[in-house]
Design a protein around this ligand. Sequence first.
Ligand code: FE2
Length: 364
Amino acid sequence: MTTDFLPLNGTDYIELYVSNALQAAHFYKTAFGFQSLAYAGLRTGMKDRESYVLVQDKIRLVLTSPLYKGSDIGRHIDEHGDAVKVVALWVDDATKAFEETTKRGASPYMEPNVIEDEHGRVVQSGIYTYGETVHIFIERKDYHGTFLPGFEKWESNYNPTSTGLKYVDHMVGNVPLGEMNKWVSFYEDVMGFKQIISFDDKDISTEYTALMSKVVSNGNGRIKFPINEPAAGLKKSQVEEYLDFYGTAGVQHMAIATDNIIETIRELQSRGIDFLHVPTTYYEELAARVGPIDEDIETLGKLGILVDRDDEGYLLQIFTKPLEPRPTLFFEIIQRKGATSFGKGNFKALFEAIEREQALRGTL
Ligand code: FE2
């Protein structure tokens, strides 16, 4: 057994570049039940951007907008729309993380550097992954502040209740045709991940569209990144549609775990989040497909929650519609009851649902 050259403790934060971070923060608080955590901007001496940090259990979302024209953040928003820029990873040694990955071929995004305030010090560094997406390594063992140096605690009078979201289960990237294996190799060779699952177009195809997907995971299994590429179909696949609107490879969805998906989805739907719906026939066939489950199938059907089983157990999952005007980023809500897979048995029903949405958008 070789030692893990890139030990990762978990996801540190997800940063989105958005056109109006103040309003986006309100949306994620109201609709998804995030809480205000920290702020950086003009009031804290940050001159060129404003960032709002939200938290729910182990998930931290950072929403950032530029303050002036001509910025790289503004260009990113123009090219990709509101989008995930940073998938930050929590490490014990950000300098070593940078050295180990760049010597194996990663493109540097941020040289190791120390940021400090009265609450301690953080070392951070960063590398590029697919498209314009980056991984920032955060070493925070000597830091006791709210989020990061440069941020102040954000006290808000508006604190909507949690919707039961717990942690990031996986983050999915869409890459152009022919690039899936290149990015799987990147995670294997440069970051020391292992491929744990692969689907081909026979697993994931409908009458019209197909995609291929491989899932890579780090050594302790806390970080899982499925990578999708489009496969040839009669019409435009959802991955191609994503790439058309996003302009390059990027994060397609972020899957967030809950331990009570029925309560979470009731809450999210009541707060205005729209989910993809599968036909009612899905639920007629469900018991035969997945066997006995704890949940009432009629309740799952009313909420549109999907179920899949693997050798280790089952999982419940549901997908939001895109969370911005472009059909790009969406969220998945997932509850695992033993299953360690990603819902392969749901792909067909789900993609047919996505195609109905594509047809309505005129992009199928
Ligand atoms: Fe997923």
